[in-house]
Design a protein around this ligand. Structure first.
Ligand code: SME
Length: 162
């Protein structure tokens, strides 16, 4: 198991994600607890890319998300389905990329420095949204289709959980 907190800034995204995924897989080998995996995934992504906020909101009721494992500054605790970027991704079951949060009506601002974000829905074994993965950046236009493709692939590992 790697003891080092990898920093992949400056690398191309495919290489960056591949290296971080290898670390995640090594650290989480044999681990099945979804919270432990969420915490580790948030840590690996957060320190790898150096974003402002990286973490999960878990769907604890049909219409309510509650903050889960994350890294970064204080996140808001609860988000209603359909509200903000996280609630929109959870409701529509689609990844939402916001290149400029100032142009997203209803964006929930937890950190004024945040300028762009990506939110990826996480599905359980029944295909229900069990959580969302939210990454917030201090730069505009940080996330693209490559992040979407990679992160959607990363969170498929939660499909074995209820
Ligand atoms: N960006 C989110 C709110 C959560 S915090 O930024 C951590 C949203 O608008 O859904």
């Amino acid at each position: 198991m790697s003891e080092t907190q990898l920093d992949v800034r400056g690398m191309g995204k495919p290489d960056a994600y591949r290296i971080l995924k290898e670390q995640l897989d090594a650290v989480c080998e044999g681990v099945n607890d979804p919270i432990a995996i969420m915490a580790t995934m948030a840590c690996v992504l957060h320190h790898g890319f150096g974003q402002l906020w990286t973490g999960f909101y878990r769907r604890i009721e049909p219409t309510r998300l509650l903050v889960g494992p994350y890294q970064g500054t204080l996140g808001c605790l609860e988000i209603e389905l359909g509200r903000g970027v996280c609630g929109t991704a959870a409701l529509t079951r689609q990844t939402v990329i916001v290149p400029d949060v100032r142009l997203f009506a209803g964006h929930i601002s937890c950190d004024a420095r945040s300028l762009s974000e990506i939110v990826v829905p996480v599905f359980d074994h029944r295909g229900e949204v069990m959580a969302v993965l939210d990454i917030d950046s201090a730069d505009a236009g940080t996330f693209d289709d490559e992040d979407k493709r990679q992160l959607e692939s990363w969170v498929t590992r939660f499909a074995q959980h209820g």
